[in-house]
Write a protein that binds this ligand. Structure first.
Ligand code: ATP
Ligand code: MG
Length: 177
């Protein structure tokens, strides 16, 4: 199965995220049920590895923290903008929690993540036609801000890739103290 560790976004943040779905030709909006914040991508694992991942997360002692979304940005691939995301306000508490998750995943036997943690919530995939309209859209929504909202659990999600959007299923919730 394909797994990742993340945060299931609270309703308060979802309401604000919905305000980003204004007209942007060529944007394929991520369906609401797929909105999430990834803390650690795990990838394809065997049932045994999944159990180790679950065990490591269950013994992790994480603290609740306040999550604030702020600003907009894009992911580029081969010089082309391919995704639009809402940013996450940097906070020592979130960094600390992400570090704990990373340590836990290594304890579960996963190879260290090499990419720097760049928290974001992907809200749209972008087609070529939207590129011309993108700067104006980003300007208009640059002051986007949602939260702070207290996050009281981590979620282990499974992800099923498909022809359309992937289907994410919350498999286990781990309370934060
Ligand atoms: P698709 O790959 O079909 O576009 P997706 O990216 O939404 O779908 P997954 O590939 O299963 O679904 O990814 C689940 C989550 O993990 C997403 O938030 C994705 O951005 C993130 N992710 C996927 N691969 C990596 C990776 N190699 N490193 C870091 N994060 C990743
Ligand atoms: Mg992917």
């Amino acid at each position: 199965m394909r797994l990742f560790v993340g945060i299931d976004l609270p309703h308060e943040l979802r309401i604000e995220l919905a305000s980003l779905r204004t007209s942007l030709p060529g944007a394929r909006w991520v369906p609401e049920e797929n909105w999430h914040l990834t803390l650690r991508f795990v990838g394809e694992v065997t049932p045994n590895q999944a159990e180790d991942v679950d065990l490591a997360l269950a013994t992790l002692r994480g603290k609740r923290f306040a999550l604030t979304l702020t600003g907009l940005g894009t992911h580029t691939r081969n010089g082309r903008e391919v995704a639009l995301w809402a940013g996450v306000e940097r906070s020592p508490a979130l960094e600390h929690l992400q570090n704990k998750v990373e340590t836990a995943m290594q304890r579960a036997g996963l190879a260290p993540e090499r990419k720097r943690f760049m928290p974001h919530v992907t809200v749209a995939r972008l087609d070529i036609i939207s590129e011309a309209k993108l700067p104006a859209y980003v300007q208009a929504h640059n002051l986007f801000r949602a939260g702070p909202v207290e996050i009281d659990h981590l979620t282990l999600f499974s992800s099923q890739l498909g022809k359309e959007a992937a289907v994410y299923t919350p498999e286990v919730a781990y309370p934060l103290g």
